[in-house]
Design a protein around this ligand. Structure first.
Ligand SMILES: [Zn+2]
Length: 105
């Protein structure tokens, strides 16, 4: 098989391997690396809320070089989504199938 037939990721840490179930349902060779995502670098906070002064929030940058312009919006860091394993996915599908196949009373 030449490279054009695979969707392999080029990341050096990407795991490669034949995924039987996924390949079977996709009708092609599905590699482990396709559902793999490179680990995200942990983001360091740029500032901390240090308290309140006269009813206003006081924010202290962790690095004096970090410029926090007036009016800058702060966002919560997104929660990291942890995907289901193949086993968990299969379990979910089985449960749904059981529900569908269960005769209505
Ligand atoms: Zn691969």
């Amino acid at each position: 098989m030449d490279d054009a037939d695979t969707n392999c990721k080029t990341h050096p840490d990407a795991p490669h391997g034949f995924m039987r179930d996924a390949s079977h349902s996709a009708g092609r060779y599905v590699c482990e690396c396709e559902s793999w995502e490179p680990p995200k670098e942990k983001q360091k906070p740029v500032a901390y809320i240090t308290g309140f002064h006269n009813g206003h929030c006081v924010i202290q940058p962790t690095d004096p070089a970090v410029v926090l312009p007036v009016g800058m919006a702060l966002y919560r860091a997104p929660r990291e989504w942890v995907g289901l394993t193949d086993e968990e996915m299969g379990e979910v599908v089985n449960r749904l199938q059981q529900q569908v196949e269960k005769p209505a009373e």
